[in-house]
Design a protein around this ligand. Sequence first.
Ligand SMILES: C[S@@+](CC[C@H](N)C(=O)[O-])C[C@H]1O[C@@H](n2cnc3c(N)ncnc32)[C@H](O)[C@@H]1O
Length: 228
Amino acid sequence: MKRNEITAPAGTESHVLKVSDITKPFEFDLSRPLEIEVGCGKGQFLTRRAAENPDCDFLGIERMLERVRLFDGKCRRGKIGNAKVLRLEALYTFHYLLPAHHARKVYVFFPDPWPKKKHHSHRLFGPLFLNALWKRLEIGGRLEFATDHREYFETVKECFAGDSRFEEVPPMDRPKEVWTEFETMFREQGLPIYSAAWRSLEADDAELEPLRIPPEAEPREGIARRYE
Ligand SMILES: C[S@@+](CC[C@H](N)C(=O)[O-])C[C@H]1O[C@@H](n2cnc3c(N)ncnc32)[C@H](O)[C@@H]1O
Protein backbone atom coordinates (compact mmCIF):
# COMPACT_ATOMS: atom_id res chain seq x y z
CA MET A 1 0.00 0.00 0.00
CA LYS A 2 1.33 3.44 -0.89
CA ARG A 3 1.56 5.50 2.27
CA ASN A 4 1.79 9.20 3.02
CA GLU A 5 5.31 10.56 2.88
CA ILE A 6 6.54 12.10 6.09
CA THR A 7 9.49 13.88 4.52
CA ALA A 8 9.10 17.40 3.20
CA PRO A 9 8.79 17.72 -0.57
CA ALA A 10 12.21 17.87 -2.26
CA GLY A 11 13.68 21.33 -2.39
CA THR A 12 11.67 22.74 0.51
CA GLU A 13 12.43 22.93 4.18
CA SER A 14 8.84 22.65 5.31
CA HIS A 15 8.24 20.89 8.61
CA VAL A 16 4.53 20.59 7.86
CA LEU A 17 3.62 17.02 6.95
CA LYS A 18 2.14 16.71 3.53
CA VAL A 19 -1.09 14.70 3.62
CA SER A 20 -1.85 13.42 0.16
CA ASP A 21 -4.53 10.97 1.31
CA ILE A 22 -6.14 11.01 4.75
CA THR A 23 -6.99 7.31 4.46
CA LYS A 24 -3.35 6.23 4.23
CA PRO A 25 -1.16 5.78 7.33
CA PHE A 26 2.07 7.75 7.69
CA GLU A 27 5.32 5.89 7.30
CA PHE A 28 7.67 6.61 10.19
CA ASP A 29 11.26 5.53 10.60
CA LEU A 30 10.56 2.77 13.10
CA SER A 31 14.25 2.55 14.04
CA ARG A 32 13.90 5.95 15.75
CA PRO A 33 11.79 6.68 18.83
CA LEU A 34 8.78 8.94 18.40
CA GLU A 35 7.15 11.49 20.70
CA ILE A 36 3.86 13.18 19.85
CA GLU A 37 2.19 16.32 21.16
CA VAL A 38 -1.55 16.70 20.64
CA GLY A 39 -2.68 20.30 20.20
CA CYS A 40 0.92 21.48 20.07
CA GLY A 41 -0.06 25.10 19.40
CA LYS A 42 2.87 27.20 18.24
CA GLY A 43 5.35 24.50 19.26
CA GLN A 44 7.12 26.11 22.21
CA PHE A 45 7.38 22.80 24.10
CA LEU A 46 7.88 20.31 21.28
CA THR A 47 10.40 22.22 19.18
CA ARG A 48 12.57 22.79 22.22
CA ARG A 49 12.36 19.11 23.19
CA ALA A 50 13.22 18.14 19.61
CA ALA A 51 16.26 20.43 19.57
CA GLU A 52 17.47 18.85 22.80
CA ASN A 53 16.85 15.24 21.65
CA PRO A 54 18.20 14.82 18.11
CA ASP A 55 18.02 11.01 18.31
CA CYS A 56 14.23 11.03 18.57
CA ASP A 57 11.51 12.11 16.11
CA PHE A 58 8.78 14.51 17.20
CA LEU A 59 5.32 15.00 15.76
CA GLY A 60 3.00 17.87 16.65
CA ILE A 61 -0.69 17.60 15.80
CA GLU A 62 -2.51 20.91 15.57
CA ARG A 63 -5.62 21.94 13.71
CA MET A 64 -5.14 25.73 13.62
CA LEU A 65 -3.31 26.81 10.49
CA GLU A 66 -1.69 29.91 11.98
CA ARG A 67 -0.21 27.86 14.85
CA VAL A 68 1.04 25.22 12.41
CA ARG A 69 2.84 27.98 10.48
CA LEU A 70 4.43 29.32 13.66
CA PHE A 71 5.59 25.80 14.59
CA ASP A 72 7.11 25.46 11.13
CA GLY A 73 8.85 28.81 11.49
CA LYS A 74 10.42 27.79 14.80
CA CYS A 75 11.80 24.60 13.21
CA ARG A 76 13.17 26.47 10.20
CA ARG A 77 14.88 29.17 12.27
CA GLY A 78 16.25 26.62 14.75
CA LYS A 79 17.22 24.14 11.97
CA ILE A 80 15.33 21.45 13.89
CA GLY A 81 15.21 18.57 11.43
CA ASN A 82 13.59 15.98 13.70
CA ALA A 83 10.27 17.80 14.34
CA LYS A 84 7.23 17.78 12.07
CA VAL A 85 3.75 19.17 12.44
CA LEU A 86 0.51 17.81 11.05
CA ARG A 87 -2.62 19.90 10.55
CA LEU A 88 -5.29 17.34 11.24
CA GLU A 89 -7.82 16.36 13.88
CA ALA A 90 -6.10 14.41 16.67
CA LEU A 91 -8.55 11.58 17.30
CA TYR A 92 -8.72 10.79 13.59
CA THR A 93 -4.92 10.87 13.32
CA PHE A 94 -4.47 8.53 16.28
CA HIS A 95 -7.14 6.21 15.01
CA TYR A 96 -6.00 5.84 11.41
CA LEU A 97 -2.65 7.37 10.58
CA LEU A 98 -0.05 6.40 13.19
CA PRO A 99 1.98 3.18 13.49
CA ALA A 100 0.92 0.59 16.09
CA HIS A 101 2.75 0.63 19.43
CA HIS A 102 5.56 2.94 18.40
CA ALA A 103 5.24 6.26 20.28
CA ARG A 104 7.20 6.33 23.51
CA LYS A 105 5.48 9.46 24.76
CA VAL A 106 2.35 11.42 24.01
CA TYR A 107 1.90 14.89 25.50
CA VAL A 108 -1.47 16.57 25.87
CA PHE A 109 -1.04 19.96 27.50
CA PHE A 110 -3.97 22.30 28.15
CA PRO A 111 -6.44 20.68 25.75
CA ASP A 112 -9.60 22.70 25.19
CA PRO A 113 -11.71 21.90 28.32
CA TRP A 114 -15.11 22.58 26.72
CA PRO A 115 -16.52 23.54 30.13
CA LYS A 116 -20.22 23.63 29.19
CA LYS A 117 -21.97 20.28 29.58
CA LYS A 118 -23.59 20.55 26.16
CA HIS A 119 -20.09 20.75 24.64
CA HIS A 120 -18.52 17.81 26.51
CA SER A 121 -18.75 15.66 23.36
CA HIS A 122 -16.03 17.89 21.85
CA ARG A 123 -13.54 16.86 24.53
CA LEU A 124 -10.54 14.82 23.40
CA PHE A 125 -10.41 12.38 26.31
CA GLY A 126 -12.96 9.59 26.29
CA PRO A 127 -13.06 5.87 25.45
CA LEU A 128 -12.42 6.41 21.73
CA PHE A 129 -9.25 8.40 22.32
CA LEU A 130 -8.01 5.99 25.00
CA ASN A 131 -8.47 3.07 22.60
CA ALA A 132 -6.48 4.79 19.88
CA LEU A 133 -3.89 6.11 22.35
CA TRP A 134 -3.22 2.62 23.73
CA LYS A 135 -2.82 1.29 20.19
CA ARG A 136 -0.21 3.94 19.28
CA LEU A 137 1.85 3.95 22.48
CA GLU A 138 4.60 1.36 22.84
CA ILE A 139 3.90 -0.93 25.80
CA GLY A 140 5.28 1.04 28.74
CA GLY A 141 4.90 4.30 26.78
CA ARG A 142 3.54 7.33 28.61
CA LEU A 143 0.86 9.94 28.28
CA GLU A 144 1.67 13.25 30.00
CA PHE A 145 -1.30 15.52 30.70
CA ALA A 146 -1.63 19.00 32.19
CA THR A 147 -4.53 21.41 32.47
CA ASP A 148 -5.65 24.44 34.45
CA HIS A 149 -9.23 23.13 34.48
CA ARG A 150 -9.98 21.22 37.70
CA GLU A 151 -13.20 19.55 36.58
CA TYR A 152 -11.69 18.33 33.29
CA PHE A 153 -8.66 17.07 35.20
CA GLU A 154 -10.87 14.98 37.50
CA THR A 155 -12.86 13.68 34.52
CA VAL A 156 -9.70 12.61 32.66
CA LYS A 157 -8.39 10.86 35.79
CA GLU A 158 -11.68 8.96 36.12
CA CYS A 159 -11.50 8.02 32.46
CA PHE A 160 -8.02 6.43 32.89
CA ALA A 161 -8.94 4.87 36.25
CA GLY A 162 -11.70 2.93 34.45
CA ASP A 163 -9.28 1.54 31.84
CA SER A 164 -7.09 -1.38 32.98
CA ARG A 165 -4.69 -0.89 30.02
CA PHE A 166 -3.14 2.11 31.81
CA GLU A 167 -1.58 2.68 35.21
CA GLU A 168 -1.04 6.08 36.75
CA VAL A 169 2.61 7.08 37.24
CA PRO A 170 4.19 10.28 38.60
CA PRO A 171 3.98 13.12 36.03
CA MET A 172 7.09 14.74 34.59
CA ASP A 173 8.61 17.70 36.40
CA ARG A 174 7.32 21.06 35.18
CA PRO A 175 10.23 23.53 35.35
CA LYS A 176 9.90 26.70 33.27
CA GLU A 177 11.84 25.11 30.40
CA VAL A 178 8.97 22.70 29.66
CA TRP A 179 6.13 25.21 29.83
CA THR A 180 3.94 25.58 26.78
CA GLU A 181 2.54 28.93 25.61
CA PHE A 182 -0.68 28.36 27.57
CA GLU A 183 1.11 27.16 30.68
CA THR A 184 3.27 30.29 30.64
CA MET A 185 0.13 32.44 30.36
CA PHE A 186 -1.77 30.56 33.09
CA ARG A 187 1.17 30.63 35.51
CA GLU A 188 1.59 34.36 34.96
CA GLN A 189 -2.07 34.69 35.98
CA GLY A 190 -1.35 32.64 39.13
CA LEU A 191 -3.72 29.83 38.10
CA PRO A 192 -3.19 26.34 39.54
CA ILE A 193 -1.85 23.70 37.15
CA TYR A 194 -2.93 20.07 37.48
CA SER A 195 -0.80 17.35 35.91
CA ALA A 196 -0.86 13.57 35.73
CA ALA A 197 0.69 10.77 33.68
CA TRP A 198 -0.12 7.20 32.77
CA ARG A 199 1.87 4.25 31.43
CA SER A 200 0.41 1.73 28.99
CA LEU A 201 0.36 -1.94 29.97
CA GLU A 202 0.23 -5.24 28.06
CA ALA A 203 -3.35 -6.02 27.06
CA ASP A 204 -5.43 -7.75 24.41
CA ASP A 205 -4.39 -6.06 21.16
CA ALA A 206 -7.71 -5.94 19.31
CA GLU A 207 -8.19 -4.05 16.02
CA LEU A 208 -9.71 -0.58 16.41
CA GLU A 209 -13.34 -0.41 15.37
CA PRO A 210 -13.86 2.05 12.48
CA LEU A 211 -14.86 5.50 13.74
CA ARG A 212 -18.49 6.31 13.13
CA ILE A 213 -18.59 9.90 11.92
CA PRO A 214 -22.12 11.28 11.74
CA PRO A 215 -23.01 12.68 8.31
CA GLU A 216 -23.34 16.21 9.68
CA ALA A 217 -19.73 16.06 10.92
CA GLU A 218 -18.21 14.85 7.65
CA PRO A 219 -16.07 17.33 5.73
CA ARG A 220 -18.26 18.87 3.02
CA GLU A 221 -17.29 21.25 0.26
CA GLY A 222 -14.04 21.95 2.08
CA ILE A 223 -15.76 22.88 5.32
CA ALA A 224 -15.41 20.54 8.32
CA ARG A 225 -18.70 20.85 10.19
CA ARG A 226 -18.78 20.27 13.92
CA TYR A 227 -20.97 18.00 15.97
CA GLU A 228 -24.05 19.86 17.19
C1 LIG B 1 -5.77 25.57 24.69
S1 LIG B 1 -4.72 25.32 23.32
C2 LIG B 1 -3.19 24.73 24.07
C3 LIG B 1 -2.02 24.78 23.12
C4 LIG B 1 -0.71 24.21 23.68
N1 LIG B 1 -0.87 22.80 24.01
C5 LIG B 1 -0.30 24.98 24.88
O1 LIG B 1 -0.39 24.44 26.00
O2 LIG B 1 0.15 26.12 24.72
C6 LIG B 1 -5.36 23.84 22.61
C7 LIG B 1 -4.78 23.58 21.24
O3 LIG B 1 -5.20 22.32 20.78
C8 LIG B 1 -5.64 22.44 19.43
N2 LIG B 1 -6.65 21.40 19.28
C9 LIG B 1 -7.78 21.29 20.00
N3 LIG B 1 -8.46 20.19 19.64
C10 LIG B 1 -7.72 19.57 18.68
C11 LIG B 1 -7.91 18.41 17.90
N4 LIG B 1 -8.98 17.63 18.08
N5 LIG B 1 -6.98 18.07 17.00
C12 LIG B 1 -5.88 18.85 16.83
N6 LIG B 1 -5.65 19.99 17.53
C13 LIG B 1 -6.56 20.34 18.44
C14 LIG B 1 -6.19 23.84 19.33
O4 LIG B 1 -6.19 24.32 18.01
C15 LIG B 1 -5.23 24.60 20.22
O5 LIG B 1 -4.10 25.07 19.53
